[in-house]
Write a protein that binds this ligand. Structure first.
Ligand SMILES: C[S@@+](CC[C@H](N)C(=O)[O-])C[C@H]1O[C@@H](n2cnc3c(N)ncnc32)[C@H](O)[C@@H]1O
Length: 274
């Protein structure tokens, strides 16, 4: 499918899923992604400052940032998500923290000044929904441009290989379709089987989008071995002792390349060298 059509399909899909997008990080499949992302935000964010949340959706991370003392500028292509984000800030009396909320794309952040953010986050897969590599590099260049010198940039995206775990269990019929061949060859999924089109990244591919402009601080699996095991995660959470032990194991293995390789999402934290 041509790039413009894919792009429209992604935008149309997200425009009709704003309520789900707000919930997604609290649902069984999103819990590990959220916990791990927050862990790394807490570790690498500066103590205060202005953070750009690019591909914010309805604002789960934007709100977390505001609630933790940061000023926030949010950008997402979906007008409905931006409206809902603004309403959530207002409902929580955090409007003063929201320094801007724009409808826009990661590839063209011209409304944001160069070198103006103490940190930049692009979380949960906006980068995966940019189907052309040239455009993904453009988005990375924009994230880099708006970051202050040495500011951390957090980018998380969908991994490329985890889907095959599901292929041999729940989704065997996918082996009858052509999409799985294309996926195995390129990591590109063009839609039509229940998800929006996206690009799955190899473990070292994300930082490659930035060339040598950044220094890598961390690369981590977000779900790791809990990928596509959301219902088990919910069950495990009921037993506090086991859950805490699992989290210790997760956080001691999540930066291993093998774990990143099987993870549904992974994240890089990189410092803008300028
Ligand atoms: C899975 S949601 C993640 C939202 C939020 N960051 C989170 O983690 O919950 C992916 C988001 O990427 C946005 N998106 C899609 N294409 C984008 C692009 N080219 N630039 C910026 N955001 C984009 C979608 O509108 C959607 O809000």
């Amino acid at each position: 499918m041509e790039a413009a059509k894919l792009h429209n399909e992604i935008i149309k899909g997200y425009a009709s899923s704003t309520p789900h997008e707000w919930e997604r990080l609290t649902l069984s499949n999103g819990i590990m992604e959220y916990i791990t992302t927050i862990h790394y935000l807490e570790k690498y964010l500066p103590k205060n400052g202005v953070v750009a949340d690019i591909g914010s959706g309805p604002g789960r991370y934007s709100l977390w940032l505001a609630q933790h003392g940061y000023d926030v500028v949010s950008v997402d292509p979906i007008e409905k998500s931006i409206k809902s984000l603004k309403a959530r800030f207002a409902a929580r009396k955090l409007k003063k923290r929201l320094k801007g909320a724009y409808v826009g794309f990661a590839q063209s952040l011209e409304m944001l000044e160069s070198k103006s953010f103490d940190a930049v986050v692009c979380l949960g897969g906006p980068m995966s929904h940019i189907m052309e590599e040239k455009q993904r590099k453009k988005a990375a260049a924009e994230l880099f441009r708006i970051a202050k010198p040495m500011a951390p940039i957090f980018v998380s995206a969908m991994g490329r290989f985890t889907i095959f775990g599901g292929t041999v269990s729940t989704f065997q019929t996918d082996l009858d379709s052509r999409y799985i061949d294309k996926w195995a060859e390129t990591g590109d999924y063009f839609g039509g089987y229940g998800f929006l089109p996206f690009h799955g990244f190899r473990p070292y591919e994300l930082e490659g989008l930035f060339g040598n402009k950044v220094e890598l601080l961390a690369r981590t699996a977000l779900e790791g071995f809990a990928s596509y095991r959301g219902s088990y995660v919910k069950e495990l959470m009921k037993n506090k002792r086991r859950w805490n032990k699992w989290l210790r194991i997760h956080f001691s293995t999540c930066e291993e390349p093998e774990t990143i390789g099987v993870s549904e999402h992974y994240m890089i934290v990189a410092k803008a060298k300028k």
